[in-house]
Ligand binder design. Sequence first.
Ligand code: ZN
Length: 363
Amino acid sequence: MTKVNEFFSANYAEAREKFLAAATAAGASLAAIENPNTGPDGGRLATDTAWLGPASASRLLVLNSATHGVEGFCGSGAQVGLLRGGDLDKLPADTAVLLVHAINPFGFAHLRRVNEDNVDINRNFIDHDTPHPANEPYDSVHALLVPADWDGPARAAADRGIDDYIAARGEFTFQAAVSGGQYGHADGLFYGGRAPVWSNRVLRRIIDSQAGGRAQVGFIDFHTGLGPRGYGEPIFVGQPDSADHRRARDWYGDQLTSPEVGNSTSAEVQGTLANAFTATLPAGTAFTGIALEYGTVPVLDVLNALRADNWLYLHGDTASPLGRDIKAQIRAAFYGDDDAWKADVFARAREIVAKGLTGLANG
Ligand SMILES: [Zn+2]
């Protein structure tokens, strides 16, 4: 009997090795797209894909990990578990599964939520040929998020400013201001970039070459950092009250949330990976996309870890004692590295993926 914690890894290189071994053992067709950067240890980085089921399937479920780099410990563990647990061995008729492992391999390897360009790739899928959206709430907190020092007077003053902001407007308003996505501060948090980044181009290429021409495409994007520890919240990503939203509710039931409806732990965000599908798939494809968001630690601890990591790459030294503390802090903010959390993650992943496959089969 395989233990669930063996599906999960201690670093990107181990995760990639486990994924490739599990996918090979499951008989998947594999492809790799090399990222031009290297890991902190000089190791190679790639996004890997594994296809299970008939090449001609008209129904496809896409399971994606590491959109937010360091969150890949969760999604990779779930993917490896689904492959090794037999969940994908007997697919419904005319159905295939495409596993995309580490769409942001740089962030995964370097324990960053962002990519090699300090870009949040889940804010990067907007139309970069039109003027970039303004985000005045983010502008008003940017200086508080990015202090000049992390253990001196600038940080202390910034923390007081954040406390005052939350006291006046509430924690969720602060979270929304920080996390909605911004396009004006390249050195800031939740920066969506000014052009399609590597992961964006790679994902659209994968969709174009492997998902195009299907009648139905389901998408589950694994995330961590919001909500009660260990709980996996299915979040609809798309237009509220659309046909896609109704279909997603049919598949996933009443637990499905929507930031636009106001019942999600996530604030409204723009430029998510779902846009890559809707922009790339031929018109008429029925697309049903969700994020599966697992809780880790309280949201203010998550945001503080992101502030710390942002400061580290702007002003600090990852090899210093403070740098090592910050890397441990951000890892813990996005990876609930204990047996109970991993068991919760895997059990929920199985349940949600089974619902996705059933939903595809029922149309
Ligand atoms: Zn995420």
